[in-house]
Design a binder for this molecule. Structure first.
Ligand code: HEM
Length: 117
């Protein structure tokens, strides 16, 4: 079971790479107000949700205790990210503040995941 959990942690990290990587490719455009939500960000956010829910199930099935408050906050933040990226996925230009908010929320989730035990 531990191997399976670690495989899902790896997939979870691939999801972060896609979501954050997509954001970082648009940083220059964001400065000019022409950034857009690239498909990698949408697919990364979806990957985070699916692998995150799977990780909750696998950890519970294996009797590992999880910090439910931390997971709940991460999930709430991700739902906001996913909602924004999904709704605006076809817009060719996204407002600088909104685009920056998605990057900020993604980074907030990374720090919540790694600093909060
Ligand atoms: C942008 C959103 C997210 C980011 C950046 C993120 C980041 C991370 C990272 C870096 C880890 C590895 C931490 C470690 O092993 O110490 C992790 C683990 C985990 N994540 Fe996420 N995550 C996100 C969303 C979610 C969501 C939505 C869920 C559940 C619905 C979730 C559930 C979990 C679980 C259960 C683990 C393994 C147990 C733990 O370390 O707490 N994650 N996440």
């Amino acid at each position: 079971m531990d191997v399976l959990i670690n495989v899902f942690v790896a997939l979870h990290i691939i999801g972060i790479a896609s979501l954050l990587g997509g954001f970082l490719t648009q940083m220059k455009a964001m400065g000019a107000g022409t950034a857009r939500f690239v498909p990698a960000m949408l697919h990364g956010a979806l990957t985070m949700l699916i692998t995150g829910v799977a990780l909750v199930g696998l950890n519970q099935a294996d009797d590992h205790t999880l910090n439910n408050l931390k997971i709940g906050i991460k999930m709430a933040i991700l739902v906001v990210i996913l909602g924004l990226v999904y709704v605006k996925r076809d817009e060719e230009k996204v407002d600088k503040a909104l685009f920056g908010a998605v990057g900020g929320l993604t980074m907030a989730n990374i720090f919540i995941a790694t600093l909060w035990v």
